[in-house]
Write a protein that binds this ligand. Structure first.
Ligand SMILES: [Mn+2]
Length: 399
């Protein structure tokens, strides 16, 4: 059986709403041409509670697909209600799950008979004499996933090709939290493991030579430097091999620009040159610029604002300046360390502020020696005793 694995469609994703729909449609239409069945390991929708027009996108997408001809059909569902025999089988992702046992946007599509929600259930597909069983482990909190697997103990079905479908973070790929599921936590004896959630494509080997496949999302969301190629997986159960099918996605272009003590204008002009060059021939691409090296920036936010404004209609621009050493900040710190701000020593600056304050309070400078009063109040020892400082000051002022 030829199975398309299409993951993380994120319908309704705000930043690239049309991309999410168009690329999901593109992937699923291609899947219909090439495959006998489709598996979706979570995140069809971007939100737990999508707006009605986003739910409508999902309905339109899956209604049209469910009317098409598919090579396989659903012959049995154990553990869930099935309202269609069309071989589109899904689980909810972390973007969809709501409180336990309540409906989520994915389960609504299943209730409408547009696909099968196989969360904590077995769905059996058949094409000719061949059967494929899918066990779905719908997304749950990472901290509960391992415990839940131990409780549920998902088992493969005898005599068929078994797929374990899930949507969690794998510790081996993203070792950020001890709670994440390990490859060894996956239930044994399935023929193939399919995971959603991570938005880049990965293939790993688990349980002595079984494949774990993560197709990645069909739409760009994270804009990290490795998220580039978008598409889906075509898996052939008879050959036990697969192919990554690329779909056309909005161009995502990354460029690092190095500077050596550049000022605002030099950075602005260089960025404009590079961005114009990169964007040539692309329709509203995503461009990510890494600024590196050293600079003396007068007004960083104005610089970024100018660039974003210039390209607001033509480019999705993202600028990362975390690797740019801004010498003007160093200069400011050095000045503070030298006890001055600009050309004025801090003490003198304090004195100026003090004079202003006295003026605001209505003190008459012709009657008092404000500089001496300032010295008196800023002495180290006067900090220790408020009463003493006030007493001395009153004596000084003759009040
Ligand atoms: Mn996702």
């Amino acid at each position: 059986m030829k199975i398309a694995i299409v993951s993380d469609l994120h319908l309704g994703y705000d930043t690239f709403r049309n991309d999410a729909f168009n690329q999901a449609k593109q992937a699923l239409d291609m899947a219909n041409e090439l495959a006998d069945a489709v598996l979706i390991p979570g995140d069809i929708f971007d939100r737990h509670y999508p707006k009605p027009d986003v739910i409508a996108e999902g309905i339109n997408l899956f209604r049209d697909l469910s009317k098409k001809k598919w090579g396989a059909q659903v012959v049995e569902v154990k553990g869930a209600h099935a309202f269609t025999d069309v071989p589109m089988v899904a689980i909810p992702g972390n973007h969809e799950t709501t409180v336990q046992n309540s409906e989520n946007p994915l389960s609504l599509l299943a209730l409408a008979g547009l696909l099968i929600d196989t969360s904590h259930a077995h769905t059996v597909l058949q094409k000719g004499a061949e059967k494929v069983a899918i066990y779905g482990f719908g997304s749950i909190a990472e901290s509960s996933a391992r415990q839940k697997l131990l409780e549920v103990r998902p088992k493969p079905m005898p005599g068929v090709f078994n797929i374990f479908l899930f949507h969690q973070t794998m510790y081996e790929l993203m070792p950020f939290n001890e709670n994440f599921m390990r490859m060894n936590d996956l239930p044994a004896d399935f023929d193939l493991y399919v995971c959603g959630h991570m938005h880049n494509f990965y293939e790993k080997t688990v349980h002595d030579g079984k494949k774990l496949i993560i197709p990645g999302s069909t739409v760009l969301t994270q804009l990290n430097d490795i998220e580039k190629k978008k598409g889906f997986i075509m898996f052939d159960t008879e050959l036990y091999s697969y192919e990554f099918i690329e779909i056309s996605s909005r161009p995502f272009l990354i460029k690092t620009i190095e500077f050596d003590n550049a000022d605002d204008m030099q950075i602005l002009n260089k960025c404009i040159d590079e961005i114009d060059e990169l964007a040539k021939g692309h329709e509203k691409p995503i461009i990510k610029i890494h600024l590196k090296g050293s600079a003396n920036i007068m007004n960083y936010s104005l610089l970024i604002q100018k660039l974003k404004l210039k390209y607001s209609e033509s480019i999705y621009l993202s600028i990362d300046a975390s690797q740019l050493a801004d010498k003007s900040i160093d200069k400011n710190i050095e000045e503070l360390r030298d006890n001055r701000i600009g050309e004025m020593p801090i003490k003198q600056l304090g004195n100026a502020l003090f004079m202003q304050k006295l003026k605001d309070l209505g003190f008459d400078f012709s009657l008092i020696d404000a500089n001496t009063l300032y010295e008196l109040l800023s002495q180290e020892e006067s900090k220790k005793s408020k009463e003493k400082a006030v007493k001395e000051s009153r004596e000084f002022l003759n009040i």
